[in-house]
Ligand binder design. Structure first.
Ligand code: ADE
Length: 270
């Protein structure tokens, strides 16, 4: 996969040299290129921003450097454009669609992703219109809070997407059982010693009984998700829940009514 990131703080992306993503880059599994937006300016001050039309606080990123940077990335894209295919341009923004594990799986299939890191009050909206000619443009948020720019969001998204590319995570099994892969949070894990500072590893995990261990873990997933993320529980497909799952949910405050998982008491929407 090819990834291009455009930013006025390319140093921010240095963390992508580390750990599994760094290794994938060195092994050419991931062709990741970071571009300094200021390299696409032509004035002495390498200006990337200006005052907003219509007034208001702060500065807006100028269109010309963005057009030059994105134009070059589009030209270099390995995507076969016949049949209307385009590389994907992700524009991190608190006003975007929320990034999820499902989106990470979808994006991990793409041959070419580009990321446009905005700063200040954002990028001139015409850049988005212009970019749509060459890219499938997606404004994406990593959560309902505001960052100073897109760089930290890109670090999060590239890590979440990159680790799903075959060959990046050493043991692909570990992707199967993690949080969000089946709509539930992951079960708690333990290692040696079995007894530590008066805290014991749950007995069943020492039993060697794989059926019981699987049941214990699934119950923990359901209990934990019910407490921490009730919004995920009510989205479960009730037809896929067995008698034990239903029992665990009942004890965690949920019932199955008309084929749907519902809270016995109203759920706090947060
Ligand atoms: N830029 C500023 N805030 C952001 C957020 N929550 N997600 C993605 N990009 C952002």
């Amino acid at each position: 996969m090819r990834i291009d990131v455009v930013s006025i703080f390319p140093e921010y992306l240095a963390a992508l040299d580390l750990s599994l993503i760094g290794k994938a880059r060195r092994e050419n599994v991931l062709d990741l290129n970071v571009h300094d937006l200021r390299d696409y300016t032509h004035d002495r001050h390498r200006t990337v921003d200006d005052t907003p039309y219509g007034g208001g606080a702060g500065m807006v990123m100028k269109p010309e450097p963005w057009a030059a940077a994105l134009g070059r990335i589009a030209v270099e894209s390995p995507v076969d454009k016949t049949g209307g295919n385009k590389p994907i341009l992700i524009v991190p923004s608190p006003a975007g669609a929320v990034f999820t594990q499902e989106m990470a799986y979808e994006l991990a299939e793409a041959p070419h992703l580009a990321f446009a890191c905005g700063r200040y009050e954002g990028i001139d909206e015409r850049v988005i219109e212009f970019a749509a000619e060459s890219f499938d443009v997606r404004p994406v948020s990593i959560g309902d809070y505001v960052l100073n720019g897109g760089e930290v969001a890109v670090l999060a998204m590239v890590e979440a997407i990159g680790r799903l590319i075959p060959g990046v995570v050493g043991n692909p099994e570990s992707l199967v059982e993690e949080s969000h892969s089946d709509g539930l949070l992951e079960y708690p894990v333990y290692t040696k010693p079995a007894s530590w500072e008066g805290h014991e590893v749950p007995e069943v995990l020492l039993s060697g009984n794989h059926g019981k261990i699987a049941r214990f873990r699934r119950t923990k997933q359901l209990e934990r998700t019910a407490v921490r993320r009730p919004d995920l529980i009510v989205q479960l497909d009730a037809s896929k829940l067995n008698r034990h799952d239903r029992d665990a949910l009942w004890h965690s405050g949920f019932a199955i009514v008309d084929g749907k998982v519902v809270a016995k008491e109203p759920v706090d929407p947060a």
